[in-house]
Write a protein that binds this ligand. Structure first.
Ligand code: MOS
Length: 696
């Protein structure tokens, strides 16, 4: 039978999705279900003086108004999942009268119907003693982040090298806060049976939700069951377990019935994390021939006062280009906000925007073509660790992309290409994202009827986990796709890492591969021993990375080319074309990979041109917490994109040779567009998004 890995198999779950039979968190039906609505704090900082529930409780159907005044203190045992900040403590909900950020849940109304709960929530009278919250990025008191990524890195002497450099650029870049806007909102249904808790919750990390709820409520882990077979987009917002999940369980226990709690689009801007606002200063020194002599990259990001959210903002600058003198420093400014979180290509999307714009500024200063400048700084090894790359195909990505966008049309002088009242510009940026792999387990059941079931606590928020795991299993077991069933999204299944950081296929795929191999040899043994094939063969395997991560630097690379048109009079920016060329190891499914890449590129367009969460700095209110005013790209904003995957063989990253695509395809897009806008207009916009006001 021909192999399925590498084939554009259509999504195996597509029929369920297009016929509406795929059940998302809020869609599970339970008898006697009550509905909960969160009341969000209407001050940005302060104390709750009074909660008057009398009117609300008098309304038809209302079952309870739950707040710190009438709930027991929850155990909130220490628990930190893979995705929780190492420093600080998660928000404890309804445990005291403190308001730490605008929109913090301060009460929950439970009623027979959603409409009754919603109506009653407006009748609860809450009085606050308000204080002025402070928002001080980048100038406020900053701290050195602890744990995870190093706050400071240096090799050589960047300051000295900058002082003596033939050419220098020194630029500061601002990226506003951005919010994830998946189509499916966060939702939880919670049901108690004595000390046992079952939750249907939207998550990218099923086992972690069960562990977190066990810790919050002081339950045995085995007594909490999380079910989440489908996720309607997430981009990182469903990695951590947020307060609303606890609130749903709390409300269900309070009223003694199963409870459903769905966040409104507005509430999704308050309680569930976001990409932090960042300030970055990049200084580059170079010879007139283009070789970098110095790189100094500083970054400052917002975090909450109760947790230090850190991300790999300044990881790429350390290994991206060859440079003898490099310093990076990363700082956090705690302010009166809720904790930021991972949002697609966390760290890399922001950090590479600054680095790749600075490279373009240097190219302009040196009068060297921006593609050529990157080629001249291609390193032979990862100079930050003195180890080789497991594979690195950036040069091929740049060359292929330049050809496909017809880069030769580009004029070095900004504003030189014009079509009618449109200025035309071309821009390029490199992309990279580290190849993650973590310990994962999977179980394979070979049934007597010749079918197989693959079980693992993974999730599928859109990349096609169901399908890619099916392909891997089919190839190993020698079965057609219709004989293999993949079961995921359940905390009782074998444990895997979070469905984020583009590591699902590298981690879970490797575990599925191992379990299939084990099942196959068990089947052979059984055949040899002449035993009657009457019962199921079950094989569970755990797969973990070896020491290759110590010997090699593992990253996926790409190059993004953007062609923009800017209206001479109005400053409107239109994308004419974009080419993304990616080298991400083996491509298990080109159809899914293409879809992932296009999605990432569209997300990057949002970052470049549209997305910005507005905070009213007087009181912390988010003024555009809706899809009418928080702009994301729509079909009309997006031309046909060209997403290309180079053939890349990497024997070191994991047994499948895959590197991950989801994050990679987001990186570099904003810089490529900003660089194209400069090429079109001569205007260098260093604060995102690039709006027409900034261009006029
Ligand atoms: Mo993503 S930020 O890896 O869910």
């Amino acid at each position: 039978m021909s192999r399925l890995i590498g084939e554009p198999l259509p999504r195996v779950d597509a029929p369920l999705k297009v016929t509406g039979r795929a059940t998302y968190a809020a869609e599970h039906r339970l008898p006697d279900l009550a509905h909960a609505v969160i009341i969000s704090a209407a001050v940005g900082k302060g104390r709750i003086l009074e909660i008057d529930s009398r009117r609300a409780l008098g309304e038809p159907g209302v079952l309870a108004v739950i707040s710190h005044l009438n709930t027991a203190r929850l155990p909130y045992r220490p628990h930190k999942g893979w995705i929780d900040p190492t420093v600080g403590e998660r928000l404890h909900v309804l445990q005291d009268d403190f308001v730490r950020h605008w929109g913090q849940p301060v009460a929950v109304v439970v009623a027979e119907t959603l409409e009754q709960a919603e109506h009653a929530s407006h009748l609860v009278g809450i009085r606050y003693e308000a204080e002025a919250p402070s928002f001080t990025v980048p100038d406020g008191e900053s701290i050195e982040p602890q744990g995870g990524y190093p706050a400071n890195y240096s090799r050589g002497d960047a300051d000295q090298a900058l002082a003596t450099a033939e050419h220098r650029v020194d630029c500061t870049y601002l990226i506003p806060r951005e919010n994830h806007n998946p189509i499916e909102p966060h939702a939880t249904i919670a049901q108690w049976d004595g000390q046992r808790l079952t939750v249907w919750d939207k998550t990218q990390f099923p086992t972690n939700v069960a562990e977190e709820l066990a810790a919050v409520f002081g339950l045995e882990r085995a007594n909490v069951h999380l079910i989440c077979p489908f996720v309607g987009g997430a981009f990182g917002t469903s990695l951590r377990t947020w307060p609303h999940t606890t609130l749903a369980a709390l409300a269900a226990r309070h009223v003694g019935r199963p409870v459903k709690l769905v966040l409104t689009r507005k509430q999704m801007y308050f309680g569930t994390g976001y990409r932090p606002e960042t300030w970055q200063r990049v200084r580059l020194g170079a010879h007139s021939t283009g070789e970098l002599t110095a790189l100094k990259h500083e970054g400052i990001a917002e975090t909450s006062r109760y947790e230090h959210y850190i991300e790999g903002l300044l990881n790429a600058p350390r290994f991206m280009y060859s440079c003898p003198h490099v310093t990076t420093s990363y700082r956090l400014v705690p302010q009166d906000v809720h904790t930021p979180t991972y949002m697609r290509a966390p760290g890399a999307a922001s950090g590479m925007f600054a680095l790749e714009c600075a490279m373009d500024e240097l190219a302009h200063e040196l009068r060297i073509d921006p593609v050529e400048l990157r080629l001249r700084n291609e390193p032979k090894i990862d100079e930050s660790r003195n180890v080789p790359f497991s594979s690195r195909s950036l040069v091929q990505c740049l060359r292929t992309g330049a050809e496909r966008i017809r880069w030769h049309r580009r004029r070095a002088e900004p504003g030189a290409l014009r079509e009618g009242h449109w200025l035309v510009g071309l821009g390029v940026a490199s992309a990279t994202y580290h190849t993650l792999r973590n310990t994962a387990s999977a179980r394979v059941r070979l049934r007597p009827d010749g079918t197989a079931v693959i079980e693992t606590a993974a999730a599928d928020m859109g990349p096609g986990t169901y399908t890619s795991l099916t392909q891997i299993a089919c190839d190993e077991l020698g079965l057609p796709p219709e004989k293999v069933q993949v079961v995921i999204g359940d905390s009782n299944l074998p444990r895997v890492p979070p469905h984020g950081g583009s590591q699902t296929l590298s981690s879970v795929g490797s575990a599925v591969l191992a379990a299939c191999l084990a099942a196959r040899s068990a089947r052979q043994e059984r055949a040899h021993s002449g035993a009657i094939a009457g019962s199921e063969i079950v094989a569970t395997e755990t797969s973990q990375p070896g020491d290759a991560t110590k010997r090699y630097s593992m990253h996926a690379f790409g190059a993004v080319f953007a062609e923009v048109m800017v209206d001479v009079d109005l400053g409107i920016v239109r994308l004419a074309h974009m080419v993304g060329v990616y080298a991400a190891g083996r491509i298990v499914n080109p159809r899914l990979a293409h879809s992932q890449a296009i999605g990432g590129m569209v997300g990057g367009v949002g970052m470049a041109l549209l997305e910005e969460t507005h905070i009213d700095r007087r009181d912390g209110r988010i003024t555009n917490a809706n899809l009418a005013e928080y702009l994301v790209p729509t079909n009309a904003d997006i031309p046909v994109f060209d997403a290309v995957f180079l053939d890349e063989h990497d024997p070191h990253v994991n047994p499948l040779g895959v590197k991950g695509i989801g994050e990679l395809s987001y990186v570099g897009v904003a810089a490529a567009i900003a660089n194209a806008v400069f090429n079109a207009t001569g205007k260098r916009i260093r604060d995102l998004p690039i709006t027409l006001e900034k261009l006029l």
